[in-house]
Design a protein. Sequence first.
Length: 367
Amino acid sequence: MKVLTPISHKEYVAVLRPLLPDFVFKPVPHRLLWMLPHGLVILGGILAITNGLGGIVGKLIAAILIGNSFTALGFLGHEIMHGAVVRKKWLQYLTAGICFSPFWVGPLMWRLWHNVQHHVHTQHPEKDPDTSATYDEYQRRPALQWLYSLVRRNGTLFFAMLCFWFTMHSSQMFWRLQKVADPKTRRILWIERVVPMALWFGLVFAIGVGNFVWAYIVPLLVGNFITMSYIATNHLLNPQMDEVDPVLGSLSVNVPWWMDILHLHFSHHTEHHLFPAMSHKYAPMVKTLLRELYPDRYNELPHWKALWLLWKTPRLYLDHDHLIDPVTKEIFGTLRKGLDPDRPEPLLRCAKVSQTIKSQNVSAEAD
């Protein structure tokens, strides 16, 4: 197995930037127009539910459509907060705040969590808040032990977990940021969280509890599922690393063209990590270059296969390059580090883990 050493973000950009036209690095304000159709879908869905159109089937279809629009608006908010849509900070915060509101995520919280921590420390085992836990953490924390006993590899609860994951993780990040923020920032974080929660939960007084469940709670679960079906595949099959390599440490997924348009090209995640301030609209241009220039480093999979691999492999890192099932002690590789996307079989089944891994690494380096 070929040993791939990290390449810095700066080195990738030095190669790729001159090959791209200048216009792709300018904001694309008309992307804000996506707020209109998705806003109409949400409003129309709520009206359809409250008027009982189509009975229970109609309510389910409306809830799924609303949930999908929650997701698409969230993806738009993500793009806005990177400066890829508008440059003015007040307009970024206003429009992204609206887009993120169904998930109770404020724009300042998103910037501190996603832009500052995740992008700067992608896949760092201690500094990236979005990477999976390590086996050392698992052994120290009873809560993790309980969670991993509940959501087992190959278990049905994995996909059910997607319905709650984003809301749970964003709530965890809210409290984590509260502990380190100064008083002014804490107040803003609280306002950004409480206001959208109050507005959305205020719907219950206007449409009743039963309709509220269909118009907001079910769509929130759907939105979580679709959102995390992308986010979970972005990095969790990749190796962890002390030095950020945005290509080796990320995964782009391939979806049908119409879905890619509907979800604002969010599937192009490696491309986004290379040029976060570039609109996702132009990400396919970067994909073409990565396929040509870095075929041995660029990771892309069909969306369904990436989800299948997440289901087939554990979510605990034994070390930077390997995943471990804490129950069976089976050890799996990561992308470009021993994980075969077509046959995700365990590399090892043994108790003396570290010694075997070290000997494997020595053999790989010798090759």
